[in-house]
Design a protein around this ligand. Structure first.
Ligand SMILES: Nc1ncnc2c1ncn2[C@@H]1O[C@H](COP(=O)(O)OP(=O)(O)OP(=O)(O)O)[C@@H](O)[C@H]1O
Length: 632
């Protein structure tokens, strides 16, 4: 009989962690003043326990956020399992109340419905009857390109097959009526066992694009056999079947919440591990069983080093924001996780990569992790949604503050109906600007890598709930975050890389909604001007005359992307098809060149880490955490 680790055979308690893994110590930066004293009472930053941040149907928010003080490390879905290998059994004890199903003798047994948990995960059906503002019909005519051998036909509806029945029910509870374009293609592609590199515009449903087919397959096929490592430590190890990696803690948390929704009532237990919060509660949670793990790379590497996670059983590896995960900051950590531990090789797992942008040299590198993959691009890849109106204003540096005040005062409805996200380039500037706005009576807060994790989560919660409807952020908030009702993104400082701009403004205009993006630009930003003009053309946006003039003043040749010399003369396409050769060193410029420009700090230096406040947590692999901690 297969080895049964105790976490899959013993009866668990109810996840009764009494303390939040994070404490909240405000050091300023919020509109509501310093250390408001509510934090320990309300458990801000804990994201946890049974109340979590369930939010509204189809329009998530952080309602009930963490009150009760349990962290993610504890408190949901404990199960009482005996487990006997693939198609063996996950027998369930008293798990019904936690919505955890089982997989016995090759058959999936969903747990009975649990109204309380359902409300927590999907929102109160009485509160909102229909999804608000979602208009994916706009996407129906979107150009789609699929390349690679033997690509399966897309689906047009959520149906079973190919989607597992239980997953369909959970998708229905999310009030999703039909798949978005990226989901239409990704579901059959992944369902047919293929690897996938998928590019689709921001806010177009990529999260479901990977979670739906992965969970559907796991629900159908059950758990992998648990490896018997024959020693006492193996008993405390987690053996997940799927791994989702994300570049920031907040995105990991968001992906975890999404996965938890869709895994409701199934045998799949979802866990999240990320830096900056108590590792012990995360470890205790993993001991209770973990079938799908969402992680930031640094914290996962830490867990792997401690021997508390084994990747032997991984059947699905997902890189969310894959181009970011494979750029110079993260690549060493990703290689260590994928090649330096015990994960099955590319042929023996499915690898899925998703992003809105996918530069050619990153595609070239991604080959190392993929096996005979399909490339899917939806929309003009690397461009922005036409739902986002882009406005470029010429503003000198010393005029930015007053221009910002003008904008915020003029859009008086912003404070009552919408959220405004302001991007700056440095952590210091994030503090300076949020303090300035607060001094001018604007309800602002900030998020950046020098704030503690609990401060970051609290700032995000205040923003999402509208208590601080202005968030000043570094690039840490640029990717993936799905915050309903962000109506305006302001690039107070423009990034040096137009891809970063694409992700930043993609925090608005999501899921078919409209949004406004304003950018302050002056001659100091001339290295991004040409790429920006291309992007505006691609997205059917107005190109102001001053922008064309600055472009003419600039040296010929594309100097965008912080001097990385990549250019974006064509929106990103499958490099295998559009000429890229097979060499790892493409003619687009070496990855090791020129990343140090514009304060981006891509210097790949491994010094200076260890303050525990980096985006990825403390770890030994994090060239990114040290260098990036200078700017996000
Ligand atoms: N099939 C669907 N029907 C309706 N809404 C959907 C559907 N799929 C996803 N959504 C909603 O669309 C929004 C955007 O989805 P998601 O966050 O997955 O976008 P994304 O493509 O990953 O964006 P980004 O590039 O910024 O990471 C979310 O609020 C999500 O709940």
């Amino acid at each position: 009989m297969a080895y049964v680790p105790p976490h899959r055979s013993r009866t668990e308690g109810s996840g009764d962690s009494s303390s939040s893994p994070v404490s909240s110590s405000r050091k300023g930066g919020d509109f509501f003043g310093h250390d408001d004293g509510n934090n320990s009472r309300d458990g801000y930053g804990s994201y946890g326990g049974n109340r979590g941040y369930g939010g509204n149907r189809g329009n998530r928010g952080y309602s009930g956020y963490g009150r009760g003080g349990r962290g993610y490390g504890e408190g949901y879905g404990q199960r009482d399992n005996g487990y006997g290998g693939r198609n063996g059994s996950y027998s369930r004890g008293d798990n019904k109340r936690y919505g955890q199903g089982s997989f016995t003798d090759g058959v999936h047994h969903p747990a009975p419905k649990n109204e309380k948990l359902e409300r927590e995960l999907f929102g109160d059906p009485a509160e909102e009857k229909a999804p608000s503002g979602i208009n994916f019909d706009n996407y129906d005519d979107i150009p789609v390109e699929v390349s690679g051998e033997g690509t399966p036909d897309p689906i047009n509806q959520f149906t079973s097959p190919p989607i597992n029945e239980l997953l369909l029910e959970n998708i229905e509870l999310s009030l999703f009526n039909k798949p978005t374009p990226v989901q239409k293609y990704s579901i059959p592609i992944v369902g047919s066992g293929r690897d996938l590199m998928a590019c689709a515009q921001t806010g177009s449903g990529k999260t479901g694009g990977f979670l739906f087919p992965v969970l559907s397959s796991l629900f159908e096929n059950g758990p992998s056999p648990v490896a018997n490592e024959g020693n006492v430590f193996a008993r405390r190890k987690a053996y997940p079947s799927a791994l989702v990696l994300a570049p920031t803690r907040e995105l990991a948390i968001q992906n975890f919440e999404e996965a938890r929704k869709y895994a409701y009532r199934s045998w799949v237990r979802v866990c999240v591990v990320y830096g900056g919060s108590d590792i012990n509660s995360q470890l205790r949670n993993l001991e209770r069983g973990c079938d799908l793990i969402v992680a930031t790379p640094g914290r996962l590497n830490d867990m792997l080093e401690r021997g508390r996670v084994s990747l032997k059983n991984i059947r699905f590896l997902v890189l969310d924001e894959a181009d970011r995960m494979l750029d110079m900051g993260f690549e060493p950590q990703i290689r260590h996780i994928v090649d330096g531990c015990d994960m099955p090789c590319a042929k023996d797992r499915q690898t899925l990569m998703f992003s809105a942008t996918f530069p050619k040299e990153i595609q070239v590198m991604a080959r190392d992790f993929l096996d005979n993959y399909i490339f899917l691009s939806v929309g003009k890849v690397g461009s922005t949604s036409e739902n986002i109106t882009q406005r470029i204003l010429y503003v000198e540096d010393d005029e930015k503050k007053s221009s910002l005040l003008d904008i915020l005062s003029a859009t008086d409805d912003t404070l009552t109906t919408g959220l405004t996200l302001i991007f700056v380039e440095t952590k210091k500037m994030a503090d300076i600007l949020s303090d300035f706005l607060i001094s001018q009576n604007f309800p602002a807060t900030s998020i950046h890598g020098d704030r503690t994790q609990s401060e970051r989560e609290r700032a995000l919660e205040m923003f999402k709930t509208g208590r601080a409807p202005i968030l000043v952020a570094t690039a840490v908030a640029a990717r993936g975050l799905d915050i309903p009702n962000v109506t305006h993104v302001i690039n107070y400082d423009l990034p040096g890389d137009v891809d970063d701009y694409v992700h930043r403004i993609g925090r608005t205009g999501r899921a078919g909604n409209n949004g406004l993006a304003t950018a302050f630009l002056n001659r100091g930003n001339r290295n991004v001007v040409k790429d920006l003009i291309d992007l505006l053309h691609d997205s059917n946006q107005e190109v102001p005359d001053f922008l064309s003039n600055i472009a003419r003043e600039s040296p010929s040749g594309r100097g965008g992307r912080g001097g990385r010399g990549r250019g974006r003369s064509t929106p990103y396409k499958d490099y295998r098809k559009y000429g890229g050769g097979n060499s790892g060193s493409s003619n687009w410029g070496s990855r090791s060149n020129g990343y140090g420009d514009n304060g981006y700090g891509y210097n790949n230096s491994s010094s200076g880490n260890g303050n525990g406040n980096s985006s990825y947590g403390s770890n030994n692999y994090s060239s990114a955490s040290s260098s990036n901690s200078q700017w996000w």
